[in-house]
Structure formats: C-alpha cells, structure tokens
Design a protein around this ligand. Structure first.
Ligand SMILES: NC(=O)c1ccc[n+]([C@@H]2O[C@H](COP(=O)([O-])OP(=O)(O)OC[C@H]3O[C@@H](n4cnc5c(N)ncnc54)[C@H](O)[C@@H]3O)[C@@H](O)[C@H]2O)c1
Length: 353
C-alpha cells in the first residue's frame, strides 16, 4: 500500500482534472478538498472519489467551468443553484455567502440545489469556525438507506455537521451521516477485501450482512441509532431535499441538496468569551471520570485532527486498488506519476463545455 505525501497526491489529482478540461481553480479546490479528507482520516471522501468525478466529467453529469447562480435572496437567506458544477465549488460558495450574511444579519442560511457531490460535509462548517462563527450544514443524498423497519433504499446517507470555534483548543467538529456508515466506507472496506461490522447493512432481501459487496448487489445501509437516526434523516430529507427543491427520497436532482448555516457569535455573546467557554467545555469533558482507566474521552473532531497531524508527518496510506485505478487514469491522460506537474507532450486538453 503506497504512503503518499499530501502535496504529491494533490498534484496528481489536480493534473487529472486539469487535463479533463477543468479550470485551475476547480482542479485546485476539488483536489484540496479530497486530499484534506484523506489527511483527516476520512478516506471514504478522499481521492477514492477521483474515479467517480472523472466519470461524471466524461458523462457530462459534472459540468466544468460553471459558476453557482443565485436563484433567490431575501434578508439573511439565499437559495443557490450549483449549475451541476463540482459540488465542492458550490459548497464553498454557499458557506461563504452564509458567512457574509451572518456578518450583516447575525445569521446566514443558504439553500443549495442542482448540486454534485459535496464530499466531506465537515469542510464547510469549518470555514465558518475559521471566521469565528458557528457553522452547520446538512445534505440530502441519493437513496441508499432503508427507513427504520424497512428493507429498501429510500433515504440518503444525509450527513449533518456542526463546527464550533474554540480559543486554545481545536474547534469542535461534528460530522457524520445519519446512517451506520457513509457509503464510501463500504467502498473502502470492499477495496481492501474486508468485512464490515454486523448492523451496518442489510442485503436486498432485508437480511443482516457483513459483506460490503451485498450493498452493491441491491442491499441498503441502515439508519444509525434505530428510530433516532431515522428521524434525523427524515428531517434532512425535508430541509435539505424538499425545502431546497433538490428533491426527496428516491427523487433527487443532482447528487446533493444542502442547507448551510453560519451564526455570528457576536449576536449572542462576545467571541473571546464564547471561545474561552468552549475551551472550558472541552477540557471538562476530557477530564471527566472514565468508564475504563485506559479509555480516553475525546471531543468530536479530535479523532480527525489527530489523524491530520499524523498524516501530515507520515504521509497518507492509499489502498492498492484505489491507487491502481488513479494510476490508470493518470496513465491514460499521459501524466508522469514521477513528476505529475510536468507538461505532457502532445496531449490535448478536453475543451470545457
Ligand atoms: N456528501 C455526502 O452526501 C455525504 C454523505 C454521507 C457522509 N458524508 C461524509 O462522510 C464522512 C464520514 O461519515 P460517517 O457517518 O462515517 O462518520 P463517523 O461515523 O466516522 O463519525 C464521525 C464523527 O464522529 C466523531 N467521533 C468519532 N469518534 C469519536 C469519539 N471517540 N469521541 C467523540 N467523537 C467521535 C468524529 O469526530 C466526527 O465528528 C463525513 O465527513 C460526512 O460528511 C458525506
């Protein structure tokens, strides 16, 4: 299994998108997003997605060189269309608009439709946290999850994320799907030939399975926390799907519909006071009595930030099947993997549509 440096992976990814006709900005933003996901240990939303995005570009479900468009704007709320460009470009724009609105109104809420895959949702609320605001995002996705008590794919993986800035501590980052595991995790386990824990999926006949390939043969993922995860997911169908016009259940236009929120802390408290209190909250949790002596109490976001520090130092492990596929695409596009940034001779880039 190759262990690769983040900068190298970014460069390979950027070259792939550039040579397929994406703009420099699109190639950089999308590649940074994917490699950041790997750095944070969220491999399900890292460079493993390159193949799916390349297919999207080739089949024109991902349109290149388009900009998100404002459809509606009223006070602190804005509705935008991603115009079926890269989801990451749309997601970044949505959160930046929400932050600008929050500066003016105390809160900013942006709805998103006509949107491709947004990737790791936690990336967007973190932009708000870096601007000393509270960020949140929910996203409706394609139907791959069975309702509580059901056996067919009706709900999206429907992730939810919050980021809360702290002072000396790292921001609290909550970022998970409302099902037992994001679909990308099944993809990673299948690529590694590994089993999955019982309770993650059911096969097409509704039977529990530990083989990730059963999901790809018509099975479904289960909601997390039984009726509770299911209930949360239904709410995301309504807000991220229906309210934004992206569609609900099995009817969705594009890959994700989303609602993004930025809250201006200064409308409620002072930034320094709030952030110090968040530090305190984190430290109190960490110092609270442990169930087992050797267990550690972590706050949400800590697993990822530790992995980030480790992978920045040691590199990012990429499983062999994923690297083989990426290397195959690179070879097709005449990208020299020893020097991905080098200009290839005689390669025409695909004109942007
Ligand atoms: N774009 C999409 O449609 C889509 C769909 C589904 C998921 N996703 C993304 O997939 C990723 C993975 O989702 P998932 O459901 O597998 O997440 P997960 O089950 O791995 O949960 C991750 C969350 O749990 C926290 N956490 C983990 N261990 C912890 C501990 N011991 N103590 C405290 N907190 C802890 C993490 O910090 C993080 O906030 C997310 O980044 C999500 O945004 C995207």
């Amino acid at each position: 299994m190759p262990v690769l440096q983040a900068e190298y992976l970014k460069s390979v990814s950027e070259q792939i998108f550039l040579r397929l006709g994406a703009s420099e900005d699109e190639s950089r933003v999308v590649s940074e997003h994917l490699v950041n996901s790997n750095l944070f240990g969220v491999d399900s939303h890292g460079v493993i997605r390159i193949m799916e995005y390349v297919k999207g570009i080739r089949e024109s479900t991902i349109r290149l060189r388009v900009q998100p468009k404002t459809l509606k704007e009223l006070g602190c709320t804005v509705m935008i269309s991603g115009e079926f460009g890269f989801g990451q470009i749309t997601g970044m724009r949505a959160m930046r608009i929400a932050i600008e609105k929050a500066k003016e109104f105390g809160a900013g809420i942006v709805g998103v439709r006509n949107c491709n895959h947004l990737g790791r949702i936690g990336e967007y609320p973190m932009i708000a946290a870096q601007s000393d605001m509270i960020g949140a995002a929910i996203a409706k996705g394609p139907a791959i999850v069975a309702p509580y008590g059901g056996k067919s794919r009706m709900l999206g993986a429907n992730p939810i994320s919050f980021a809360i800035p702290a002072n000396k501590e790292k921001p609290i980052l909550v970022d998970f799907s409302t099902c037992t595991a994001a679909e990308g995790k099944l993809r990673v386990r299948r690529a590694k030939g590994e089993k999955i824990p019982a309770g993650w999926i059911i096969d097409k006949d509704g039977r529990s399975s530990t083989d990730p390939s059963d999901f790809y043969k018509g099975g479904s993922i289960l909601p997390f926390g039984e009726h509770k995860g299911y209930a949360l997911s239904v709410m995301i169908e309504a807000l991220g799907g229906l309210l934004t016009g992206a569609g609900s259940l099995t009817k969705i236009v594009g890959v994700n519909g989303a609602l993004m929120l930025a809250l201006n802390i200064e409308s409620f408290s002072t930034i320094s006071e709030f952030k110090s209190e968040v530090d305190e909250l984190i430290r109190e949790l960490r110092a609270s009595p442990r169930a087992k002596e050797n267990d550690e109490i972590l706050v949400p976001g800590e697993v990822e930030s530790r992995e980030y520090d480790k992978r920045i130092r040691q590199g990012i492990p990429i499983d062999d099947p994923t690297w083989l596929e990426i290397a195959g695409i690179a070879a097709d596009l005449k990208i020299d993997l020893k020097d991905p940034g080098a200009k290839a001779q005689g390669v025409r880039s695909v004109p942007a549509s």
